[in-house]
Design a protein around this ligand. Sequence first.
Ligand code: TYM
Length: 342
Amino acid sequence: MQRPQSPAPRIMKRVFSGVQPSGSLTLGNYLGALRNFTKLQHEAECLFCVVDLHALTVPQDPKELYQRTLDVARIFVACGIDPKQATIFVQSHVPAHSELSWLLECTTYDGELRRMTQYKDKAAKQEVVTSGLLTYPVLMAADILLYQTDEVPVGDDQKQHLELARDIAVRVNNRFDEAIFKVPKPYIPPRAAGGRIMNLQDPMEKMSKSAENPRGNIALLDPPDAIRRKIKSAVTDSGREIYYDEENKPAVSNLMVIYSLCSGDSLEEIQDKYAGSGYGKFKEDLAEVVVETITPIQKRFAELSEPGVIEDILSDGRKKAEPLAIPTLERFQDRLGLLARS
Ligand code: TYM
């Protein structure tokens, strides 16, 4: 039998990213990741995945998880990802993710996983810590490496996980003296370009879909009045001036980044526009700019509610993703000495 060989070189770069259906997606997810997905779909072969297996690393209500999995896919499309341009699919529909994850777990050290800051933070908040929470970054590495991914667009909270994926790829390639996995590059915007949108009530914490206090998060499906209220009550820094200074003005700097990304105005333009006008007017305008950004997404989201529409997109996505994944899995299985399926 012929041994599985390396895939033929590609002309277009390949992009992979994932979003967990673990809560209601936030403006942070949009500005840090989804917005970039929509840009990249025009210049690369893109795969965007609803990573339902990752959500299982902490307790989930089954009915909610089911609905949120569909909703994240609907949000992908509502944000502008075109299912004809990019492949949208559900992680658990392509079992190769779980299969590769196990093989990679056997090449990853326990100490590497225990050092992950997200593991330490999340484990500290759980009553019971599952082994899935610890091995979570290996499943993420499997997601990425399975597709010979060139670039991974994520927010900066995923940087450490991505570095681990790169380390695992290099380790495996060195061990077999063969490029089994492509070593993926991060695509992480700087903070001023949305890489880390902070909580409106605590600018030291990132905006998170699983945060306990929803007042600090803007959910993409929040009604306009809720958005206005949340922005009005956002904490600000001492002084009345509006300028960008992450260290001394973390709250205002965060609001300025949100304003800039939603309006297209640069940080300097915003600073000039609100020189001497105080926080009140700035926040009022910011609320409108955010509402204007989110309203069209909500409209498209509602239009996609017809039964079967998103399910069909996900079924097509699986059919496109799976054949791309299998050759890499089979090649790695072969090199490890696993018996080929006849
Ligand atoms: P998740 O579901 O927590 O977040 C989805 C994406 O949103 C980004 N993000 C943010 N960006 C800026 N500011 C914020 N406050 C903010 N909050 C979240 C995240 O960085 C992410 O890009 N482990 C991943 C999911 C995943 C994945 C993958 C990503 C699984 N497999 C493979 C890339 C490739 C996660 O939990 O993202």
